[in-house]
Design a protein around this ligand. Structure first.
Ligand code: SAM
Ligand code: SF4
Ligand code: F3S
Length: 473
């Protein structure tokens, strides 16, 4: 069976349901797995850990579900809609089982953790259920499921980081790689299911992180994104020397691998990002000048109910500090419309904080109550869906204007762009990003550039979400 390479897309929650295949030396396998991933970048990175575990146990990856002996769906629970999409997919895969006896279907990730054996016992949608900290047991669970037994492991761990597992890069463009530096989350944002599905926060061995990044660089990768739900609280204690490593120190170590390796990270919690991190970013040209700093709401009253532990003023002071240390930095945000008890005035506070922070980009959602969260226990989900959606639309409209203005300011400037591949629309154009994480498309002309090259591009125009330009020789 053939193994495929694939194009990488941005890792965010809008990425849904892509099949992967590994790049690397062609190995021969008797059995094949197909994995589809939903949710955040960490889930996509986890699928690469799972691929590694499976390859070591005789399973190759395929992009064709119909050819697979094992279908895995790595799932997200962050909003109800994410779960509905997965249920639909699982129903489709169950139909495949009727024409392919022996086919096993497994659910991984946050929905597996949240629903435990419900999808196996009550709904009979899957054969295997594995939570985010139990992937090492997947080969045993496959054997159990193969003999018709219940195969469930949703035990959360206090120390599992999969630090010793070399992920099999799936769906990679060979230029941008994602490296998990920690797991879990200790922040109890009241709306959020993640602490319940991912467990306690733990940081991965700094040496294994730097080794993985160096290995990617040696294999031709030019950009690393360090991943965690709250990267700024990364803190690793070396058990042998008792020396500790902070996020700023880790960032510096990764940046020092090579000046031509770009370093990015996601996500920063506003309460935890320190001056030390900002000065480290400013010091190294290869650490990208882009911070994803989710605000969630512009109303201090809402922020309190959300348990975000900062006020509107505190957040804005953090934004001002970032701009003071790195005037060229771009900032993006996550925003939730229609959280419990939100008034029109609270909503206007969100609109005004977006303008004050002047976000280059935002990921915007309406509130979706998640069972078991603090908000579900404490507050009524009392904003009608119609109002939530109207407020969300107003937020989207404001962000559109801000992004447009931000792009307009870039016209006439030149940026160093890392070429990631062909543009979506044409093989005659390259697509890449600048340090601020903005996508720039420019004609290939006959410059002889290739994927992975750094090119200076003069911005001449823009469309919605994309800068257009031409390479400067
Ligand atoms: N750890 C990151 C942080 O603290 O900002 C974010 C992680 S969360 C997986 C991604 C985003 O989903 C959040 O920033 C929030 O805006 C959104 N989100 C989380 N729970 C939500 C809910 N119940 N309803 C709507 N959006 C939600
Ligand atoms: Fe969820 Fe808050 Fe943790 Fe982010 S920091 S994952 S929003 S609990
Ligand atoms: Fe979703 Fe779990 Fe990530 S709930 S956003 S896949 S940590």
């Amino acid at each position: 069976m053939e193994l495929y390479a694939n194009d990488t897309k941005t890792h965010d929650e809008s990425r849904q349901g892509e099949a992967f295949a590994s790049i690397g030396p062609i190995k021969h396998f008797d059995k094949f797995f197909y994995v589809e991933s939903y949710g955040c970048a960490m889930n996509f990175a986890d699928s690469e850990v799972v691929a590694s575990i499976l390859e070591n146990n005789g399973y190759g990856s395929t992009r064709n579900a119909e050819l697979a002996d094992l279908i895995l769906v790595n799932t997200c629970s962050v909003r109800e809609k994410a779960e509905q999409t997965v249920r639909k997919r699982l129903t489709e895969f169950r139909k495949l089982k009727t024409i392919k006896p022996g086919l096993l279907v497994g659910i991984l990730g946050c929905m597996a953790e949240r629903l435990k054996s419900q999808l196996l016992d009550e709904e009979k949608l899957v054969d295997i259920v594995v939570g985010p900290d139990a992937y090492r047991t997947l080969p045993d669970l496959i054997l159990e499921a193969g003999t018709g037994q219940k195969a469930v492991n949703v035990i959360l761990s206090r120390d599992e980081t999969y630090g010793d597992i070399a992920p099999v890069r799936l769906d990679s463009n060979g230029i941008s790689g994602f490296v998990s530096i920690m797991r879990g989350c200790n922040n109890m944002c009241s709306f959020c299911v993640v602490p319940f599905t991912r467990g306690r926060e733990r940081s991965r061995d700094a040496f294994s992180i730097v080794a993985e990044c160096r290995d990617l660089f040696e294999r031709g990768y030019k950009e690393i994104t360090l991943l965690g739900q709250n990267v700024d609280s990364y803190y690793w204690n070396n058990p042998e020397t008792n020396a500790s490593v902070t996020f700023a120190q880790l960032l510096e170590s990764v940046a020092q691998i090579n000046p031509s390796l770009r370093v990015r990270f996601s996500t920063s919690h506003p309460k935890d990002i320190t001056d030390e991190v900002l000065f480290t970013m400013a010091k190294f040209p290869n650490i990208c000048k882009y911070i994803h700093l989710p605000v969630q709401s512009g109303s201090t009253r809402m922020l309190q109910l959300m348990n975000r532990t900062y006020t509107r003023e505190w957040y804005l002071a953090k934004v001002a500090r970032i701009k003071e240390i790195m005037p060229e930095a771009s900032i993006s945000s996550d925003i939730i419309a229609g959280f419990c008890t939100e008034t029109e005035e609270d909503h206007q506070d969100t609109i005004s904080i977006m303008k004050e922070a002047n976000y280059d980009y935002s990921y915007m959602y309406f509130y979706s109550e998640r069972p078991g969260t603090l908000a579900a226990k404490r507050y009524e989900d009392d904003i009608p869906e119609k109002v939530k959606k109207r407020r969300l639309q107003e937020i989207v409209d404001v962000q559109w204007v801000l992004s447009n203005e931000s792009n307009k300011r870039d016209v006439g400037k030149s940026f160093e762009v890392l070429i990631e591949g062909n543009s979506k629309k044409s093989e005659q154009e390259w697509m890449g990003r600048n340090t601020q994480n903005k996508v720039i498309v420019f004609p290939k002309a006959d410059h002889g550039f290739k994927k992975g090259d750094y090119v200076h591009v003069l911005v001449t125009d823009f469309t919605k979400g994309t800068l257009l330009g031409k390479a400067i020789k």
